[in-house]
Design a binder for this molecule. Structure first.
Ligand SMILES: CC(C)(COP(=O)(O)OP(=O)(O)OC[C@H]1O[C@@H](n2cnc3c(N)ncnc32)[C@H](O)[C@@H]1OP(=O)(O)O)[C@@H](O)C(=O)NCCC(=O)NCCS
Length: 194
């Protein structure tokens, strides 16, 4: 998931949405979202080091489609976050002192009322239920604030952690796309939920 996403489709079960704004007119505004322990806030320019730390970490990029070798190159990703069709947040501790990772909705299609969901965390913060807490917040934002009808995820078939977490969140596997992309010189499969 991210600027150069790998495809393995998970479709969020359709949630009835009472508020359906015309998403063509949605002004890009990233509102903060808070829970007892998490703060999802707008990604700002000074996050470039945080983003680079994540997207250069071998454990993070093992199953993630985007990676960078240096800070300068990471500017491309910062520009991508600013793009009108991307709604991504920095995922932080509630006091904003610790950066855990980033997640959001990308490739938002007003015409089809759909977007792709993506999320990554620095390995120190894996296995603490952060993804299972943050993803529903992001989905709710998409359905309620952006008026989306469908939110899909693309996950490499061998990304077992992510697949387990998606299943726990009731995303449905739509199927598998075989040999659909080349990564590190090898064809990879991408599962699609049904
Ligand atoms: C995928 C990722 C976001 C998971 O985030 P997380 O906050 O660690 O996930 P959670 O703690 O919410 O775990 C949810 C479920 O996923 C599974 N899971 C997550 N991490 C796991 C791990 N390291 N080992 C085994 N199961 C794991 C478990 O079933 C877990 O349920 P449980 O808590 O009942 O055991 C994180 O591992 C990550 O950033 N990976 C690298 C980037 C990536 O792959 N992003 C997704 C690209 S499609």
């Amino acid at each position: 998931m991210g600027a150069k996403a790998h495809k393995a489709t998970y479709m969020r079960p359709l949630v009835p949405c009472k508020i359906k704004p015309k998403i063509r007119n949605v002004k890009k505004e990233i509102l903060s979202i808070k829970t007892e322990r998490l703060l999802l806030r707008e990604i700002v320019e000074s996050d470039i080091q945080n983003i680079y730390n994540g997207l250069s970490n071998p454990f993070v990029i093992k199953h993630y489609g985007v990676s960078y070798d240096n800070l300068e190159a990471t500017k491309e990703q910062m520009e991508w976050y600013n793009n009108r069709t991307q709604f991504w947040w920095a995922i932080c501790s509630i006091d904003n002192q610790e950066f855990y990772g980033a997640g959001g909705l990308n490739d938002l299609s007003p015409k089809n009322k759909k977007a792709e969901i993506g999320l990554w965390l620095l390995p120190d913060f894996w296995g603490k239920g952060i993804m299972t807490e943050a993803m529903p917040l992001i989905c709710n934002y998409g359905f309620e604030k952006l008026g989306l009808h469908r939110i899909e995820g693309f996950v490499e078939t061998n990304n077992h952690n992510c697949k387990r977490a998606m299943a726990k969140l009731n995303f449905e596997l739509e199927g598998t796309m075989k040999d659909c992309e080349i990564k590190n010189g090898e064809y990879i499969m991408i599962s699609m939920p049904s």
